[in-house]
Design a protein around this ligand. Structure first.
Ligand code: MG
Ligand code: MG
Length: 293
């Protein structure tokens, strides 16, 4: 349970820390901050210190939909995303917006498959699926993942990357060490060589799922703490709130709550911190119930 909570707070902390330097290059970050490691807000979205963005907001919307339906039910998920968009979020990805608009028009909950929709938008919000399917068979995890992902992103590479992150989060919550998570990354590369991350450093990662996960893997597997891993990934700039969010959920589950620096946790909005904690608990319990039936 503690690791599930740590994954959720890790996601929020990563989002909030990374958002300050989203769309900056590593050189611009160095010039401005030397190393960016404090939760100071700002950035292109002009955030308050500790404020989170769409990555955490969409995760919370998805988690609420899963809890209300007792499972990943695509119409509830699409409704939740639509409701979230109605609240005029500060940031929303193009592919996400398109998926929600299509749902409003047609009530269809799956976008057509598209080779262009390989953004990281489905992956950044996948944590509630990881938690609610913690004890499910891999086939069930995969199908739940695709139901949520395809409301906006229907793409094989996005699916593969998202499912690898789900697997890593689940393995970490169940107590597997970093070396085991690295094997999962190797398996992904074996199936989809485009994800190869061991050859060239990925700086300034874009929103393309491949760039994003290359930066996340390089930072995660070259460090040995939540703090060093998160600082490493967000200082690469680019889509830094999302690399931060994805790395944060995996590293949170891996290193545990006691290793997420309190100077970051304390900066999160009280309401967001509470929502993340409560939702992590409820989703973890939902997975336990399914497991016991
Ligand atoms: Mg964001
Ligand atoms: Mg982003």
């Amino acid at each position: 349970m503690q690791r599930a909570i740590a994954a959720y707070l890790g996601l929020a902390v990563g989002d909030a820390l990374g958002a300050t330097v989203e769309f900056m290059t590593p050189a611009e970050i160095r010039h401005e901050y030397d190393t960016h490691k404090n939760m100071i807000g700002g950035g292109w979205l002009k955030l308050k210190a500790g404020e989170i963005t769409d990555d955490t907001e969409m995760s919370l919307a998805l988690g609420n939909a899963i809890l209300a339906a007792g499972k990943v039910e695509p119409t509830s998920v699409a409704e939740a995303f639509s409701q979230w968009m109605r609240g005029k979020p500060k940031d929303i990805g193009n592919t996400v917006r398109r998926g929600i608009v299509q749902f409003r028009r047609t009530r269809q909950t799956a976008m057509p498959e598209s080779e262009h929709d390989a953004g990281n938008g489905a992956c950044m919000r996948c944590l509630p699926v990881a938690l609610s399917t913690l004890h499910s068979s891999w086939t069930d995890v995969q199908s739940a993942s695709r139901l949520q992902a395809h409301t906006t992103h229907n793409n094989l590479v996005s699916d593969a990357g998202t499912e690898c992150i789900l697997q890593m989060v689940q393995a970490a919550i169940l107590g597997e060490p970093l070396a085991e998570l690295e094997l999962l990354a190797h398996e992904l590369v074996a199936r989809y060589p485009v994800f190869e991350y061991r050859q060239r450093r990925r700086d300034n990662p874009s929103g393309y799922i491949v760039d994003t996960l290359q930066a996340v893997f390089q930072a995660l597997f070259s460090t040995n703490s939540f703090e060093t891993a998160l600082v490493e990934v967000v200082n690469r700039g680019g889509d830094a709130d999302t690399t931060g969010a994805i790395l944060g959920m995996v590293a949170g589950a891996l290193y545990g709550l006691e290793n997420i620096p309190t100077r970051w946790l304390d900066r999160l909005d009280d309401n967001i911190r509470t929502q993340c904690t409560q939702q992590a608990r409820a989703l973890y319990q939902l997975a336990q119930q399914g497991h016991l039936q």
